[in-house]
Design a protein around this ligand. Structure first.
Ligand code: GDP
Length: 443
């Protein structure tokens, strides 16, 4: 799967990889090619456009890391954007509820619904060690119920005995009853398909959902139908609360458009991919692995990740050295606050460190983004000398800084007090020999 897209992107990156430095024109040219590759892979137009915008914005403003080429960095950015587009990893089913956990399977005829029902049943019973029962509610297609029974025998999963002439909602009720009485953990309901989305199908589906209150409603769609699969998913999502999508025939899908657009267009995660007719041909859908498979550049991605970590570690070390010398000016404060914000807020960090409880209160104000922006504005309104030597800030200068940053003198005073407390605390920590640890935290 994804072969053609993978080939196309490989070509784009090969051309970028040779470059020592990338300029905006290089990135934009590469992104034009990526865009064409996505559209050829049958990715929905708005999704492709959004993807390109995000990647371009990130790649153009990127700080160049030592030890990797800009081209490699672009590969990493594209990788992350792909993972983002595919959504969070949700390949597990929510079946740990009061038994029986009902998994309702819905979809059009021929999408691979019955086959997928049996594959999931097998997976849940073997991998998740659940006691599983399947029931076919398909009274339209001749021999649909028998087909599921055969698959049940083949996979060693129990199926609800067939009662001729019974209607779907009644079968669902009977299945619930049987599963409860016989202590099954999971009950899979294979509902009837139709040739295309119609109201009778939707009504039946809703009625079944009402009597069985499913923990999961999975839509099965055929990946080979590309954007049609996405459209079908949208129609179903408008009628029932789908919890996820299973894409079948991924084994024959070289383009991957349905897989790539599904999450962005429908908001529903792909949970599994069918990759063949055999009962074990079902894979969990893991966005990071899929991105890796598309780009085929896992080595580059981890290389860039390591390089980024190195830079952060170097920055942290430089900071720790500076602090050890008792130097901690307002420029450093600004860097620190920005870093700590990324780590879950200064207050959170402060309360974890010994002797910083008091400071936690003092810096609470700096925790939200607005406060951070204000802080940044104040420091920016100071002269380089004032930043290096905050004690230069007399009343007159404070008024200038307040005016320049759209804040008040009280705000400036609060900032200075916070800086003071941090500087003192750092001196104390230095005496305690805790700076190494602190440095590590700042990384
Ligand atoms: P339903 O009408 O939706 O219940 O479809 P079925 O489960 O009967 O499947 C229709 C056909 O698709 C069968 O021949 C299956 O073996 C085949 N099929 C289902 N899933 C896959 C898959 O992931 N890959 C391939 N190659 N074939 C599949």
């Amino acid at each position: 799967m994804f072969e053609s897209l993978s080939d196309r992107l490989g070509g784009v990156f090969d051309r970028l990889r040779g470059r020592g430095a990338l300029n905006e024109a290089d990135v934009r040219a590469a992104m034009r090619e990526v865009r064409i590759a996505l559209l050829e892979a049958d990715v929905a137009l708005p999704v492709a456009r959004d993807f390109i915008d995000k990647v371009t914005e990130k790649a153009v403003g990127q700080q160049v890391l030592k030890s990797v080429t800009p081209g490699q960095q672009v590969v990493k950015i594209v990788n992350d954007a792909l993972v983002d587009m595919l959504g969070a990893d949700e390949s597990e089913l929510n079946v740990d509820v009061t038994p029986p956990a009902v998994v309702m399977m819905v979809g059009l005829q021929g999408s691979g619904k019955t086959t997928t029902t049996a594959k999931i049943a097998k997976r849940l019973s073997e991998k998740n060690r659940k006691k599983v029962m399947m029931a076919s509610l398909d009274v339209n297609r001749p021999a649909a119920q028998e087909q599921l029974a055969v698959l049940g025998t083949q996979t060693g999963v129990a199926t609800l005995p067939i009662v001729a002439g019974q209607q779907p909602v009644d079968i669902a009720r009977r299945a619930m009853q049987a599963a409860k009485l016989q202590g099954y953990d999971v009950l899979l309901l294979d509902t009837a398909g139709r040739l295309h989305v119609d109201q009778a199908l939707m009504d039946e589906m809703k009625a079944v959902a009402e009597v069985s209150t499913p923990a999961e409603i999975l839509l099965v769609v055929d990946a080979l139908t590309g954007q049609d699969a996405v459209n079908v998913a949208q129609s179903f999502a408008g009628q029932v609360d789908l919890t996820g999508v299973v894409l079948t025939r991924m084994d024959g899908d070289a383009r991957g458009g349905a897989a790539l657009s599904m999450r962005a267009v429908t908001g529903k995660p792909i949970k599994f991919a069918g990759v063949g007719e055999g009962m074990d041909k079902l894979e969990g859908f893991h966005p990071d692995r899929v991105a890796g498979r598309i780009l085929g550049m896992g080595d580059v991605v981890s290389l860039v990740e390591r390089a980024a970590e190195t830079v952060q570690a170097e920055e942290a070390e430089a900071m720790a050295r500076k602090m050890a010398k008792g130097q901690f000016d307002l420029n450093d404060l600004r860097t620190q606050i920005a870093q700590m914000q990324r780590m879950g807020g200064l207050g959170a960090l402060a309360s974890m460190l010994p002797g910083m409880k008091k400071m936690a209160g003092a810096v609470k104000a700096a925790q939200d983004d607005k406060a951070l922006t204000r802080l940044d504005a104040m420091i920016s309104s100071m002269t380089p000398k004032e930043r290096a030597k905050p004690e230069l800030l007399n009343a007159k200068r404070k008024i200038r800084v307040a005016n320049g940053s759209g804040t008040t003198v009280q705000d400036v005073n609060r900032l200075l007090k916070m800086h003071q407390e941090m500087a003192t605390m750092m001196k104390k920590l230095r005496k305690m020999g805790g700076l190494g640890k602190l440095g590590a935290l700042f990384g």
